[in-house]
Design a protein around this ligand. Structure first.
Ligand SMILES: [Zn+2]
Length: 146
C-alpha cells in the first residue's frame, strides 16, 4: 500500500482511525454494532456496550485513544511519516475522542500519558487485525464485526 494524492489518503486515515477503535474494543472482549465511513471521509463506531466494564476502565480508554493511534501508525507504515508528525497530523480528527477520554479518565488515577502508552502497545499488538478491518471498511464503508 502506497499513496500519492492527499485526497486518496484522507479516507484511508479515517478507515484506520475507525478500525483502531473497533479492533481495540473487540480485542478486549467488547462488541460493536457497526463501524461506518461516511461519504465525507469521516466515520464513527457504535459499540454495543455503552459504558466501561467495571474495573476495566483502561480497556475503554484504549478504545477511545485507539482511533488516533491507529491513524498515526497508518501514516508511519504506509506513507513514510515520522511518528510525531503522524500523530500531529491525525490529531484534529481525534479532538472529540480526546474530550471523551478526559471525561472518563477524570478522577480515575489514569494519566493521559499512561493511557497513550497502553494504547500504543495494543495497537501494535493487534496491527494485523486493524489493517484487515481498515481495508474492509475502506472497501465497503461499513462493518458489523472486525
Ligand atoms: Zn475517533
Amino acid at each position: 500500500m502506497r499513496f500519492a494524492a492527499d485526497e486518496d489518503i484522507t479516507r484511508w486515515v479515517s478507515a484506520f482511525h475507525e478500525a483502531g477503535h473497533a479492533v481495540i474494543h473487540c480485542a478486549a472482549g467488547g462488541r460493536i454494532k457497526r463501524a461506518v465511513l461516511t461519504d465525507d471521509d469521516n466515520g464513527y463506531v457504535i459499540p454495543v456496550e455503552e459504558e466501561p466494564h467495571p474495573g476495566r476502565l483502561m480497556d475503554w480508554l484504549a478504545m477511545i485513544l485507539g482511533g488516533h493511534e491507529a491513524a498515526a501508525r497508518f501514516l508511519v507504515k504506509h506513507a513514510g511519516y515520522g511518528l510525531s508528525h503522524a500523530r500531529a497530523t491525525t490529531q484534529p480528527g481525534a479532538r472529540s475522542d480526546l474530550a471523551g477520554f478526559r471525561r472518563y479518565a477524570r478522577g480515575s488515577g489514569i494519566s493521559e500519558a499512561a493511557a497513550r502508552r497502553e494504547t500504543e502497545k495494543r495497537v501494535r499488538r493487534h496491527w494485523g487485525r486493524i489493517e484487515r478491518a481498515a481495508k474492509k471498511l475502506h472497501a465497503r464503508g461499513r462493518l458489523t464485526q472486525v
